[in-house]
Design a protein around this ligand. Structure first.
Ligand code: UD1
Length: 371
C-alpha cells in the first residue's frame, strides 16, 4: 500500500456537491488520525453548473475548499458538455496521475470523468453505481450504464443497485455496498434545518401545510404539452394547499417559453441552498418532484411524495417497497389524484441499511482497501 494516496474527484452539477462534501470531510477525518496512507484529495469542478445559486453557495454551506481545478465547461448540448469536459480534463488527470479518480452520480461530469480517466489507464470508482431506470430516453440512464461498465470499483446504495449490476454480468469483486452518501449530508444538516422557519427562507409564511415542488427533468419541462399539463395540475393543487416552487434555471427558461404567469397559491422562488431546501422539505405536507435525490430525501424525512415520472432508478423510494413515494400518471387528473392520495397519508420515517450518515467513511475505507 502506498504511503500517500492521491484521490481526484470529478464534480460538475448541483447534486454532486451534496455528495462530495461528506467524502471530503471523511478524508480530512481519516488524515487527522495520522494512519497511513494519508490521502491527498483533489477536487476537479467541470463547471457544468456555474451560477452562485447552483454551485458556489453549496461549497460555502458545506465548508468545501475551492476546487483545485476548474474546467469552466458551462452549458451546452450533451456532446458539447461531455466532449469539452473530456478535452479539458485529460491534461489535468494526466498531470495529477492519481491512485483513484472518483466520479459521482449520473450527470455528464461522471461519464466524461470515467471515460477520460480509464483511457489514461487510471483506476476509477463510481459513487452511486448500479441505479437503473431502464428508460433510455433519460440522458442520465446512458451516463449510469456506460459509467458503470468501465469503472473499477462500483460503490452502491442498496440491494436493488447490486442486483442490477449482477444482472448485467458485473463481477461481484467490483461491487462494494457503502450506502447513500447524500444521506450523510441530510443527517449532518437536519438539526440546523429544523431551526430555520419557512418565512425566513421565503420572505413570508406559506402556512403550516404546504406542498414543495421541484421540476427540472427535460421530459417534463422541455416538452411544452407536458409542462402545460403539470402547470394545470398545479393550479388545481394550489387551490387546496399552497405550492412552494424553487425554480431550476432550465425550468425558468421553459416557463418563460410557454408564457407561464403567476398563479394564486403558487410561490415561485429562486434556486435555494442545501440547508434552506432541506428545511422546506422537512416542513412540507407533500413533496412533488422529478428529482431522484429529493425522492430519497423525502423518504428519509418520512414526507409523502409524488414522483413526477413514469419510472424511477430508486425503487426503494416507492411505497410498494416501503418508501413514501408513488409514480404519477403524467396527466392533469393523474397528478392531482396522486397529490390527493399523498395528502391523505401521514408522515412516516423510513430507515434503510447503511443510509445512516456514515457512508463517506465506508467509501474512504473502500478506496484505501482496494489501493
Ligand atoms: C443536470 C443533470 C441532471 C441533474 C441536474 C441537477 C446531466 C445530463 N443532467 O441537469 O442529471 O439532475 O443537473 O440540477 O448531467 N443553467 C444555468 N445556470 C447554471 C447551470 C445551468 O442557468 O449554473 C441553465 C442553462 O441554460 C443550461 C440549463 O440550465 O442549459 C440546463 O443545465 P444542464 O447542466 O445542462 O442540465 P440540468 O437540467 O441542470
Amino acid at each position: 500500500m502506498p504511503e500517500r494516496l492521491k484521490v481526484a474527484t470529478v464534480v460538475g452539477a448541483r447534486p454532486n456537491f451534496v455528495k462530495v462534501a461528506p467524502l471530503h470531510h471523511a478524508i480530512e477525518a481519516h488524515n487527522a488520525l495520522g494512519v497511513a496512507p494519508l490521502i491527498d484529495h483533489v477536487i476537479i469542478h467541470t463547471g457544468q453548473h456555474y451560477d452562485d445559486a447552483m454551485s458556489a453557495q453549496f461549497f460555502r454551506q458545506f465548508s468545501l475548499p475551492r476546487p483545485q481545478h476548474h474546467l469552466d465547461v458551462g452549458s451546452g448540448t450533451h456532446a458539447e458538455q461531455t466532449g469539452t469536459t473530456m478535452i479539458r480534463l485529460e491534461p489535468v488527470l494526466a498531470g495529477l496521475s492519481p491512485c483513484w479518480v472518483v466520479v459521482v452520480g449520473d450527470v455528464n461530469a461522471a461519464l466524461a470523468g470515467a471515460i477520460t480517466a480509464k483511457k489514461l489507464n487510471l483506476r476509477v470508482a463510481h459513487i452511486e453505481a448500479g441505479l437503473r431506470s431502464n428508460d433510455w430516453e433519460m440522458p442520465e440512464e446512458i451516463n449510469r450504464v456506460l459509467t458503470d461498465r468501465i469503472c473499477d470499483l462500483l460503490m452502491t446504495t442498496s440491494e436493488f443497485a447490486d442486483a442490477n449490476l449482477r444482472a448485467e454480468g458485473t463481477s461481484p469483486s467490483r461491487i462494494v455496498r457503502v450506502g447513500n452518501i447524500m444521506i450523510d449530508s441530510l443527517v449532518k444538516f437536519l438539526p440546523t434545518a429544523e431551526t430555520i422557519p419557512p418565512e425566513r427562507i421565503l420572505g413570508c409564511n406559506p402556512g403550516d401545510d404546504f406542498v414543495l415542488l421541484t421540476l427540472h427533468r427535460p421530459s417534463n419541462v422541455d416538452s411544452e404539452s407536458q409542462l402545460r399539463a403539470i402547470m394545470t395540475a398545479l393550479v388545481e393543487i394550489a387551490s387546496e394547499l399552497p405550492v412552494v416552487f424553487p425554480v431550476h434555471p432550465r425550468t425558468k427558461q421553459a416557463l418563460e417559453r410557454v408564457g407561464a404567469v403567476m398563479q394564486p397559491g403558487i410561490w415561485f422562488a429562486a434556486p435555494l441552498g442545501y440547508v434552506e431546501m432541506l428545511a422546506l422539505q422537512n416542513r412540507a405536507r407533500v413533496i412533488i418532484t422529478d428529482s431522484g435525490g429529493i425522492q430519497e430525501e423525502a423518504m428519509m424525512l418520512g414526507v409523502p411524495c409524488v414522483t413526477l415520472r413514469t419510472t424511477t432508478e430508486r425503487p426503494e423510494t416507492l411505497k410498494v417497497h416501503g418508501g413514501t413515494s408513488r409514480l404519477a400518471t403524467l396527466t392533469v387528473d393523474g397528478i392531482v389524484a396522486s397529490f390527493r392520495e399523498a395528502r391523505g397519508e401521514s408522515r412516516r420515517r423510513v430507515s434503510l441499511p447503511m443510509w445512516d450518515g456514515h457512508t463517506a467513511g465506508r467509501i474512504v475505507a473502500a478506496l484505501v482497501t482496494h489501493s
